[in-house]
Design a protein around this ligand. Structure first.
Ligand code: SF4
Length: 306
């Protein structure tokens, strides 16, 4: 057996060894993981740390040095970090059965979940079965759902959904993607929401937040939702798909906003090639965080930076 002097091992050889080690989670980018750095100023003011690691990763990513394996590891690591940030994720639409979830998801297009949840209690009280929607009086149905916007199109979808369910599935919501997407008003996104949340079948929900974030993270460069879904499906374990979708959407709603992402307090800063798109100053970024998890998220940010 030939013994190798570690002094003589090149960086390239070291990298190869890392790639062959399934327990090594060090990214291939050549950047060695290290705690989030703090500036000297922040050392005396721990409540206002400055994160610098993401910039380094961003440069690496721009140079295109990340391998496929590195990307898979980074994506899974980011999913685990999000799981710590959002341990209680769930579908934010209120429902008690698959039909209600299908209806609520159709209503959520171009509308907030909060607004949908304000409308659905009365709607679900009045329309209890697929046949109720199939035989609905359009004017009455439109009045129920008017606050969710685009109510004429949505009424058409709900009536079509009811008719499709009655005619093709005996009034029951099917639980395969192929069957669901045959229903009027049900695309892949809605189908995956129903599968993941009503039937526990793993599904990726590619909405506007999901699309924006996975492209910011350079998980994919695709812009078409179906291609994004397929690309992400290859990165993250299938059993994680539904929860990952919720985590990404939660993160998009609370931290990684479209215009001003809260980079300075983001738990993903180390692994995000877009770190710096939003304010990196702690206080400025903290003011951008939304939602009931704000204190928890800021505590994690301080912890990661200490
Ligand atoms: S908030 Fe900033 S660092 Fe965090 S995921 Fe979004 S772009 Fe990346």
């Amino acid at each position: 057996m030939r013994l190798v002097n570690p002094e003589n091992v090149s960086e390239r050889q070291r990298t190869r060894c890392r790639l062959n080690d399934p327990l090594d989670t060090t990214p291939y980018s050549g950047v060695v993981s290290k705690p989030l750095a703090t500036s000297s100023a922040s050392a005396s003011a721990p409540s206002e740390p400055v994160i610098t690691e993401g910039k380094q990763r961003r440069k690496q990513s721009r140079r295109g040095t990340e391998t496929r394996l590195g990307l898979v590891r980074r994506a899974r690591r980011m999913n685990r970090t999000l799981a710590q940030a959002f341990p209680e994720v769930r579908c934010e639409l209120d429902f008690t059965n698959p039909l209600e979830l299908a209806v609520a998801t159709i209503l959520s297009a171009q509308c907030t979940d909060k607004r949908v949840n304000e409308v659905t209690p009365a709607l679900f009280e009045r329309y209890r079965t697929a046949r109720d929607y199939a035989e609905a009086n359009r004017t009455e149905l439109e009045e129920f759902i008017r606050p969710t916007g685009f109510y004429r199109n949505k009424a058409t979808s709900l009536i079509g959904l009811g008719q499709g369910l009655v005619e093709q599935f005996d009034g029951e919501v099917p639980h395969t993607l192929e069957q669901l997407v045959k229903l009027p008003g049900v695309g892949r996104k809605t189908a995956n929401v129903i599968l993941g949340n009503a039937f526990d079948v793993p599904g990726l929900t590619v909405d506007t937040h999901f699309s924006r974030l996975v492209r910011r993270w350079r998980w994919t460069a695709e812009t078409d939702p179906v291609k994004i879904e397929f690309a992400v499906a290859e990165l993250v374990e299938k059993r994680e798909w539904t929860l990952l979708s919720h985590r990404v959407i939660f993160h998009g709603r609370r931290v990684c906003h479209s215009r001003r992402p809260a980079c300075g307090v983001c738990v993903l800063a180390r692994d995000c090639p877009s770190y710096g798109e939003g304010p990196t100053d702690f206080k400025e970024a903290a003011a951008l965080v939304r939602g009931p998890e704000t204190e928890h998220l800021l505590a994690l940010a301080r912890e990661g930076a200490s």
